[in-house]
Design a protein around this ligand. Structure first.
Ligand code: ATP
Ligand code: MG
Length: 504
């Protein structure tokens, strides 16, 4: 090959003309301080609050605070994952989680990574973990029921789709069970359920998973788990991530969603832990001053959307733990003021065998009434009144023999009613069966029945109608009404049992 200077210079000129530089100037920050999963980064003056920061080895963190000459970043991963001297880069993205239908049936961590050993999730998109809440014009009134399957709740403290109902009570009073059974009760109701576990032992989350799987509820459920072993940052993030996953179903799929936050006491504790490490001034009960905002901006995202936006909803059941029934401490008072009602679970009722241990006298639902099934609403007035009357006089039962006959009978009726309101775990009842039980509870037909036979009578009645009179159940189910005609049919079933198996 001959040496041709002209050809070479043309080649060089062409190369130079077509040369494009791919390099851009990139800011690289430096980790200057670390403490318990919280790091200070200098050299990233353009970072935004809430932005994801990338560290070596695929570790991410969220900008939690912007200070004069550095950023405070909470690390999403092991506390020791990032060390002093590590580089840090802005990602240009606000924290996001994978969302979509592929998550159904899965257990994921606070950043949406699967932790159930079933392989990767083929998620279809991402959503920012924190978003603007729907405004007043984007919402429509709550008017469709969200059935829990518990007679006492659906009758006396009815919850509507799009509502925020707090479940509050001491340790071991049945809070989680109530929420889980509500999820189980959504089978066939077209509701997507999300259970966010915050700061729990991994073993108790496994238990929840097993219960839901056994009940066939995982098909429409997603579990977001930031357990007690996870860093505070993950526990802090989990409810927002869960809500982002919920929002995808509400906005994009136009599906109703039920989300459980179990529980916000631990969530607030995680936030306090982070804040104290940041040396933010502690306020009441050592919580930082903005702890109210922590939960209000979370729960404001529950809504029933306007028709223009598809009309779907997110119903939330936040759970708060109290100490010895004290609701006047900081977190309970905050969350009570943010939600649309509270279900109070009481230790003494629980130990007295009244389970679910709901104090119906002080529990409320501020919007659910409009959303209650008509058939139940028809019966609930009498139930509420009789229950209240009974609770007032209950203390006299001890010396009932000294009371006049009328009062004795009233007390007897009260104890029967309470007996029927009791309900076991993981057996939520469909509306039409609840109607039968509640009618029975408030009916005078069984006032002579021995208390020990009441529960058996209820079960026998349900079994009898199920096997002999499906049309009665169907009628209530489809019309959502309890007509005089249905009442006559039901009375004859009750009478038949009284004259038959329960005679004498
Ligand atoms: P923790 O404070 O530990 O989270 P919790 O308030 O969530 O407790 P659960 O775990 O739901 O309470 O229930 C505590 C125990 O009470 C469980 O063993 C559960 O099976 C039982 N329990 C809950 N509800 C009922 C019920 N309706 N009938 C009978 N037992 C129940
Ligand atoms: Mg619990």
């Amino acid at each position: 090959m001959s040496y041709d200077p002209a050809a070479i210079s043309t080649l060089i000129r062409n190369r130079l003309e077509s040369f494009q530089s791919n390099t851009t100037v990139e800011e690289v920050g430096l980790v200057v301080e670390t403490a318990d999963g919280i790091v200070r980064v200098s050299g990233l003056p353009n970072a935004m609050l809430g932005e994801m920061i990338a560290f070596p080895n695929g570790i991410f963190g969220i900008v939690f605070n912007l200070e004069a000459d550095h950023l405070v970043v909470i690390i999403l991963g092991k506390k020791t994952a990032v060390t002093i001297g590590d580089t840090a880069k802005c990602s240009g993205r606000i924290m996001e989680v994978p969302v979509g239908k592929a998550l159904l049936g899965r257990v994921v961590n606070a950043v949406g990574e699967p932790i159930d050993g079933k392989g990767p999730v083929a998620s279809t998109g991402v959503r920012p973990v924190e978003t603007k809440v729907p405004g007043v014009l984007d919402r429509s009134p709550v008017e469709e029921p969200m059935q829990t399957g518990y007679k006492i709740v659906d009758a006396l403290i009815p919850i509507g789709r799009g509502q925020r109902e707090l479940i509050i009570g001491d340790r071991q009073t049945g809070k989680t069970t109530l929420a889980i059974d509500t999820i189980i009760n959504q089978k066939g109701a077209g509701v997507v359920c999300i259970y966010v576990a915050i700061g729990k032992k991994s073993s108790s989350v496994v238990e929840v998973l097993e219960t839901l799987t056994k009940a066939g509820a995982m098909a429409y459920t997603i579990i977001v788990d930031a357990s007690a072993d996870d860093p505070a940052s993950m526990q802090y993030l989990a409810p927002y991530s869960g809500t982002a996953i919920a929002e995808e179903f509400m906005y994009a799929e136009k599906q109703d969603v039920l989300i459980v936050y179990d529980d916000l006491t631990k969530h607030a504790n995680a936030y306090r832990q982070i804040s104290l490490l940041l040396k933010r001034p502690p306020g009441r009960e050592a919580f930082p001053g903005d702890v109210f905002y922590l939960h209000s901006r979370l729960l404001e995202r529950s809504a029933r959307l306007s028709q223009e936006l598809g009309g779907a909803s997110i119903t939330s059941l936040p759970i708060v733990e109290t100490q010895r029934g004290d609701v006047s401490t900081y977190i309970p008072t905050n969350v009570i003021s943010i939600t649309d009602g509270q279900i109070f679970l009481q230790g003494d009722l629980f130990y007295a065998g009244f389970r679910p241990a709901i104090n119906a006298g002080i529990s409320v639902s501020r919007v659910g009434g409009k959303a209650q099934t008509a058939a139940i609403r028809k019966l609930s007035g009498k139930l509420r009144l009789e229950l209240a009357r009974f609770r007032e006089k209950e203390s006299f039962t001890a010396f009932a023999s000294e009371l006049d006959e009328e009062t004795q009978l009233q007390l007897k009726r009260g104890t029967i009613l309470v007996e029927i309101l009791k309900q076991g775990i993981h057996v939520p009842m469909p509306v039409e069966e609840q109607v039968l039980s509640i009618y029975l509870a408030t009916s005078v037909l069984i006032e002579k029945l021995d208390l020990s036979k009441v529960k058996a009578f209820e079960m026998a009645l349900l079994a009898k109608v199920r096997s002999e009179d499906q049309s009665l159940l169907e009628e209530i189910r489809s019309s959502k009404k309890f007509t005089p005609d249905s009442e006559t049919k039901l009375r004859s079933h009750i009478q038949a049992l009284l004259d038959g198996a329960f005679k004498g």
